[in-house]
Design a protein around this ligand. Sequence first.
Ligand SMILES: [Cu+2]
Length: 220
Amino acid sequence: MRAFQKFALRLTVAGMGFALTHVAGVARAGTLDIHVLADGKALDDAVVSAMPTAGALPLFKSGVKQTIMQQSQQFSPFVLPVQVGTTVEFPNHDPFRHHVYSFSPAKVFELKLYGGGESQEVTFDKEGAVALGCNIHDNMLAYVYVVGTPYFAKTASGAGTITLPAGNYVLKVWHPNQRGTTTTQAVEVLATGSKDVTFNIDLKRGRSQRPRGAVDEGIY
Ligand SMILES: [Cu+2]
């Protein structure tokens, strides 16, 4: 084989390798465009999670920490979805102390009084909704929603996106103020493109985080 032929062959093989990698990386994943409505209105802070009906989930990537901060006597974000095994940091950005706790079965814990500039962390090791409060400030409320899958999204203005491998899934929607049991929906994710999925859920009169000063202004 002449030198220029070998060179051309190498280029072709390299090109095929690139094309195959490219196709494999893109073609196997589909996208779900999630919409969650309550009384016909777009709903914030709903969590939709997708569990494959067959096959193994990818290994959990530990070490990626999530955050719920305390600032202006509020937790933020109000709802944080995480995969089982995730560690959440709770930095206090206020010039006064907080005492974060939960009595929820999925994670009972207490981070005793700690001041501004300090942070503590908790690892969430069980699926379920974990309601957070502060022992000092009754207005403060937030939720960690722990799911057993890496495929989930939280809605903003009623919408969220989940990118996941092709296959069959059961989708579950959760909202802190949802009435009744959790709603599920079966969906097939195709190898390419996106699919719209809509949930309509009922809300009860739920609890929400109240602004600073709503109940106990001055108690630091
Ligand atoms: Cu507090």
